[in-house]
Design a protein around this ligand. Sequence first.
Ligand code: FAD
Ligand code: SIN
Length: 536
Amino acid sequence: MKHSKYSAVIIGSGIAGLYAAIKLHKEVNLPNGILIITKTKLIESNSKYAQGGMVSVMPENKLDSCSLHIEDTIKAGAGLTDAKVAEFISKRSAEVVKELQSFGVDFDRDENNKLKFTKEAAHSVNRILHAGGDATGFCIENALVKYLMSKKDIKIYEQTLAVELLKNQNNICRGLITYNYDENEYEVIEAPAIIIATGGIGQLYKYTTNPDITTGDGIALAYRAGAIVKDMEFVQFHPTAFALGDNGTMFLISEAVRGEGAKLVDKNGNTFMEKYDKRLELAPRDVVTRAIFNEMQITNTKNVYLDATHIKERKFEKRFPTIYGTCREYKINPAENYIPVSPSAHYFMGGIKTKVNGTTSLNGLFAIGEAACTGLHGANRLASNSILECAVTAFELVEGLKDFDFSIDAPIDDKISKTISFYEHDILKTDNQNSEEIFTQLKQTMWNNVGIVRNEKKLLEAQEKINKLKEQFAYPYKCPNRSQYEIRNMLTIADLIIEFALNRKESRGAHYREDFPQKDLIAESQTLSKNTRMKG
Ligand code: FAD
Ligand code: SIN
């Protein structure tokens, strides 16, 4: 197997990974350089699809303040947001926006060249920056990719998976094994700093807004290596994915459309949010999702509708060009027709337990972005706080790494050699298990039993099903192809989500248990420190 050495390896090329790579390259002297590994193409990521925008408390936005933003974040987090983390991230927001602009990101401005701020659910003021109208993620990601490509000395591996972290006898993460599935080539990479920026887990669910790369790999790898994971029961379902087409990966209709006044209506055109929350369409995401889910059950329909007909066609097209284009492909004119929408798995509040600077419970291993759980989102993420968290965790990671000893050059010990040996033997390239079938069963089980409304019976059934799939799964280490690695990781994450969901016998934020519909207020004071798990 090929061997190489780098000072820092970044796994993932979404906004978190790219921001970290650029800043590391700029500000830290790395004797052995930086390697970025990414599953498909550099630009492909959840980040690329982000629509609504990025929260930032900017000094020129006189209506806003960090204390208001912190308050909104904590409210949405339903009692589990770490207030210190929320404060830290909010206070860093203007600085990361400035830095993103210096990397070439252009946020939308008005005719007077002033930054535009929009609103989404559960924000008390307009504070969300956007770019390209509703193409915020693409614009940021594209600018970062361009900037990065101009730095010729950053090494990039595309079409490559991180498949195993290498931890030595002293519990220090010293490197990883990669698999280029196009070339069918494995490589051992030694590095003193391994940074996971692999994003979330949306593809565990039958219906999701997340692209197919989003299989929870980094969280599963960190957990396999012994890192502590946190808040794994908290999966956010976005209320308004586009309910046309029969694909499980659903196009998003941004919350910013509701921010511009669109109403949710049933098949007869009647509004219904007034039955659920006085904040109506701009109630927190979990509230709106459950309201829609309930309406779909009452009316026995597969979706509800978004009525944005109060927005003139030219204005809609200008403000939401991506959404307008997709609607038109399906012969829907948002200025005249209702847009069919239904909930879809969207974001993972849980993940690898980290500090804001990405440090995990394992030395040498860092995690940033959606794969990390800093405590910012608690039980429910406030809209557009994710890109902000990606940027701030990347920023702080690099600040922290300025004091890191990159010269460490420990030899590969027996424990690492043993792990490597599992990847050295040949394995049949033919897939002797039907990966399509396992994918389908896993995603269906998670959607039906571990979704928007949960109960003990459904969770126990899901646990049994996932255990059966785990027993059938034949590859503890080396797998024959990319799909099997993804299945291995998805089974690990599914198991953890179910276990955490069973343990949380209350309803809180995105975790709703119909058998325990109330918040457990006694647990609230204890949970911040309790809801973590480590392998073994
Ligand atoms: P990602 O952007 O998901 O990047 C993960 C990277 O890791 C990818 O490059 C992937 O290929 C790579 N990877 C994964 N596994 C492996 C592996 N095993 N080996 C190598 N590479 C791997 N948030 C907001 O704040 N505002 C919004 O408006 C917004 N809109 C959204 C709209 C949509 C449709 C979606 C899906 C999400 C949205 N979000 C939004 C959430 C936000 O986009 C994500 O949380 C954020 O972009 C995650 O960034 P990241 O860098 O952590 O990970
Ligand atoms: C959206 O645009 O509705 C998504 C925003 C987010 O996920 O924060």
